[in-house]
Design a protein around this ligand. Sequence first.
Ligand code: ATP
Ligand code: MG
Length: 542
Amino acid sequence: MNKNNGRVHTRFPPEPNGYLHIGHAKSICLNFGVAEEFHGLCNLRFDDTNPSKEEVEFVDSIKEDVRWLGFSWDDRLFYASDYFEQLFRFAVKLIEDGNAYVCDLSAEEIREYRGTLTQPGTESPYRNRTAAENMDLFMRMRAGEFPNGSRVLRAKIDMSSPNLNMRDPVIYRIMHENHHRTGDAWCIYPMYDFAHPLSDALENITHSICTLEFEDHRPLYDWLIDNLITENKPRQYEFARLNLTNTVTSKRKLRQLVEGGYVRGWDDPRMPTISGIRRRGYTPEAIRDFCDRIGVARANSLVDVALLEHCLREDLNMKAQRAMAVLDPVKVVLLNYPEDSVEMLEAENNPENPDSGKRLIPFSRTLYIEKEDFMEDPPKKYFRLSPGAEVRLKHAYIIQCQEVIKDEDGNILEIHCTYDPETKSGGAASQKKVKGTLHWVSASHAINAEIRLYDYLIRDEQPSEEEEAADNDEFLSKLNPDSCIILKNSKLEPSLNACSPGSKFQFLRQGYFCADIKDHTPENPVFNRIVGLRDSWAKANK
Ligand code: ATP
Ligand code: MG
């Protein structure tokens, strides 16, 4: 790091043509993280060189996401479009130096002339135009004299280079399009490969960190810098992009999911977008921890999404208040409990955190438990409730099942039990041991809530690299039809009644949940399950 007198200046350069996803989070953590570590700076730069796909909505969401992750660009917010005039002058300089020419071949012809990996390219018939002729044509391109696609400006490098990117790459094209920031000022736009290194140079970037697919573009990056920049030359460094099991991390594919109506918007809690993950209930701390743990390597790899979930559990285990919620309820009546009596029982808010205090939960004659916590004909070693069996109700008493009440069709209406008053949790006489402990809520005190249970959007755990890179719709056939299950009749303990959107809880035995930031209100509570409690990653990596 001595090259720039020890100075480190990075940038995160998103194209505002979609929402950021978890892969971008890795890049954000890396760019801002490296700057922080070496007491340097990191810019946020919108790489807005393609007016046809970009929108202000995306710019706003990207800013919000970077901020939410906990990073600050201070006053260093830039747009490649801020440099259009300077980039134009760089292009003029290339023409003057005999390093660029206006080419009249069509896009298809340019492709044909380019050659292949095994065959050298063929020089364009326009390659040897004089600097004066090139200058005249380029000025007229800018003035709007020519239609889209009729001419381009190309760097004059080497049509027989083994690197296709060096075979006279296009650096400016004609696009009669309105740009979200520069309006109608321009009808020629610089290509990414031209704008990017020069924007880096204009911002005095030292380390231009990008993903591996740009490795082959580095010679062009260096060629432009060497021909146009005399001091403070930025250098490009590549790292492996993040691929996650069961997850698509390509803006193009995410856009397809949104536009095809497969999900409910960019911030659908199933989406791997930062806004989707945030809405699901992930914390920025968990995502930063995840990015730390996966590290930075130059070899492409596939990371298990279970690691991301593990990081969330680690974070919320300490932070999230515990609560009881019965997702799919069935009624339990305690035959020997007084009709109108209500007892307030003490419950710890978080056993992992001694400072989290306690709360009181009402207990009464009629309760709800989970339907799946009762079985009429249980297999051996079933420790939950069944006829004659005893279980403990968390923070309360041991109960015993006496009778099952059903309707004509055999559906269970109520489970009649007795409770043992000697077995109050924390009480002196509660020596009796049972194997099962169930969560519950008091029926008359319960809050009705909607619970949204999510599963992976993509069934296929291991998308191959070719598939990830492939520009096709294969992934649509692998969508999980059960990725969102909505329960409308869940019952929550009353302490949850005043919680605000975005608050997170561990519902005992059920997982981590987050009050939906868009749909949750005190009148109509809506909770997303972030993750269940079973930590497959921790188990596999013990
Ligand atoms: P996508 O391939 O999903 O469309 P992109 O690379 O076109 O994304 P950009 O807006 O150009 O999106 O990305 C901004 C920065 O984020 C780039 O430096 C890019 O290398 C980085 N980035 C994009 N996807 C990933 C990923 N999966 N892992 C790590 N970094 C990524
Ligand atoms: Mg890109």
